[in-house]
Design a protein around this ligand. Structure first.
Ligand code: MRU
Length: 369
């Protein structure tokens, strides 16, 4: 998507053809800073520290992390260490493990001297596939928005989203935002309510920034506002992203998603989840019991970082010194609260049958494992 009018992806190869460039998302929206990743440690730290974040981008970065690792050591041991190191960075988004599986399958059986080139080829394909998948999600999701627009006779379609499932969370387009960008580009009048998404504020710092860069009308809201808006008929549909969808259609996403789904259900607001197929984990059925939920540091809850009036970036404490704080990164929305899953193969019911019918090659493989 566009930054200052220039088309930009979130991940690219540097001009030297081997180092990996990306955006330091921790500095947005205050500064647009790009970073060069040169080693396995750089890639792992970028994911761990959330310099890059969002399930699909974590996966693509991990794929390139394997490339960087193999440049230093392309042996079986080197490949195994790379996968172990990257897998340990964040537990919840399944795209990370999916990408490591893809990389291992692409290079594991090759002679050592062929592995680096093959790894770069597969990582590039993963990145390009992510862009194509998200563009397809955009086409399918856009039809949902257009349907509502027709019913509203020209009044803007009101969409609520949570966290950042935008292009910053992917290689391009985003998942939840792809239908929004495509509908907006096609001239469909729409407006996005952007949940701030405490504690790390991905909505405030990332989604509001990228939608504004693209010229999409949006309004930032405190996390607790969605229910009120829905009660007053101010939300036509919700579209969120996800870090992992189970075989039965349970949806794990940024903490707070479940509460929005409950409010949507109570108010008859359609609640859609947009996802690329690598986000489906056919090995897991019951999301609440089986998906590991990342717990991050208490300081993300007790401290806040922002820009001062004179442009300095500062961190301040917003809670009593020493207070206990819990920081669960994700929650699980049961499939029964999900109106539909917007995938690259169409809008599916959030059911075991719906997912298996759309992705039989993956559902069957996992069942056979
Ligand atoms: C297309 S991204 C979908 C999800 O990864 C996104 O909604 C989300 O929860 C991101 O969490 P984050 O902790 O910022 O990596």
């Amino acid at each position: 998507m566009k930054v200052d009018g220039r088309h930009t992806r979130t991940l690219w190869l540097e001009p030297d053809g081997w180092a990996v460039g990306t955006i330091d998302q921790r500095q947005l929206p205050h500064r647009f800073v790009t970073v060069r990743l040169e080693t396995l440690a750089d890639a792992a730290e970028a994911i761990r520290s959330m310099l890059v974040r969002g399930a699909p981008l974590i996966g693509a970065t991990a794929a390139y992390g394997v490339c960087l690792a193999l440049r230093a050591d392309a042996s079986d041991r080197g490949l195994a260490t790379a996968c172990e190191t990257l897998a340990a960075t964040r537990p919840t988004a399944i795209n990370l493990r999916w990408a490591l599986g893809e990389m291992t399958a692409a290079v594991g059986r090759l002679p050592v001297e062929c592995r680096v080139a093959a790894a770069y080829a597969r990582a590039a394909a993963i990145a390009d596939e992510d862009v194509a998948i998200n563009a397809a999600i955009g086409r399918h999701g856009r039809a949902l928005i257009e349907d509502i627009a027709r019913r509203k006779g020209g009044a803007p379609v009101q969409i609520l989203t949570h966290c950042n499932a935008g292009w910053l969370a992917t290689v391009d387009w985003g998942t939840a935002t792809a239908p929004i960008y495509q509908a907006h580009d096609a001239g469909v009048p729409l407006h996005v309510w952007v949940d701030e998404t405490r504690p790390r504020n991905q909505g405030a710092s990332l989604t509001a920034w990228e939608l504004s860069q693209h010229g999409v009308p949006c309004t930032l809201i405190a996390d607790n506002t969605g229910g009120h808006l829905m009660q007053h008929g101010l939300v036509d549909l919700a579209i969120v992203g996800t870090d992992r969808v189970t075989a039965q259609g349970d949806v794990c996403n940024k903490i707070g998603t479940y509460l929005k789904a409950l409010a949507a259900h109570d108010n008859g607001v359609p609640f859609y989840v947009a996802l690329p197929s690598p986000t489906i984990d056919f090995a897991v059925v019951d999301g609440i019991r089986e998906i590991p939920i990342e717990e991050r540091g208490a300081e993300e809850v007790t401290l806040m970082t922002g820009a001062t009036a004179d442009g300095r970036i500062e961190t301040v404490r917003i809670a009593p010194a020493g207070v206990a704080a819990a920081n669960y990164g994700f929650d699980v929305t049961p499939a029964r609260l999900v109106t539909g899953l917007i995938t690259e193969r169409g809008v599916l019911p959030a059911t075991r049958e719906g997912l298996a019918a759309a992705f039989p090659e993956r559902a069957g493989l996992r069942a056979a494992e």
